[in-house]
Design a protein around this ligand. Sequence first.
Ligand code: FPP
Length: 247
Amino acid sequence: MSNKLPIDKNNIPKHVAIIMDGNGRWAKQQGQDRLFGHTSGVESVRSTIRKAKELGIKFLTLYAFSTENWNRPKDEVDALMDLLVRSIANEVDELDENDIRLVTIGDVSKLPIDCQKSLSWAKEKTKKNKSLTLILALNYSARWEIIQALKSIAFEIEHHKLMADELNERVFERFLSTKDIPDPELLIRTSGENRISNFLLWQIAYTEFHFTNVFWPEFRGEHFLQAVQDYQNRERRFGLVSEQIED
Ligand code: FPP
């Protein structure tokens, strides 16, 4: 696929978030089991990270496992966890060589212990890297995150570390798992599903959405580039009118 459309280097989103979807349906189309779809999706992750880095994107968030995904058949959950551990082990050197920092959002303390160890090791190894921050959302859901934030805020108020009156959007954000990460300017969902599925609900207040019919295992850097080009054609008004933006 060739894409000769221009890209505006001065309007690259700082943060892109992706709901990787369609692994199972793609695998079924190939006459394969769902795991084949997930395994194939790893190449899409690689290709996307490469393109994100090349474009100068600073934060890339991938929704890899939601709190709802625990309800899938046990075999599939186990296989996904295993794939995650193997992928991290295989990729961490390349991430590090490319100056990419790995972080996670979500309750990783509920993941299998080998998964937790693998993640801590990879996060530690890449923590000084600066070019791109790769954020894996694991055992994550936005409602869980908001409730966690509320619990911490209630605790601080109860212990007189925070006054209820001091609460505002900026203060609230300090209690989210994305506290040091800017809000995404662009969110991509693959596979033709047009919904948010409990992902970054607070952070996407002004995010542009790009929905594509491409199943995740077929998603490549070229598709990522198309999504960024689509974003660059949007006018982001943040509640203002066009004339105010142009001023
Ligand atoms: C959604 O497809 C995909 C997932 C729940 C898992 C995504 C995981 C990977 C791509 C594996 C590797 C990830 C990393 C970060 C190394 P689905 O199973 O919901 O597909 P369906 O909607 O067609 O059933």
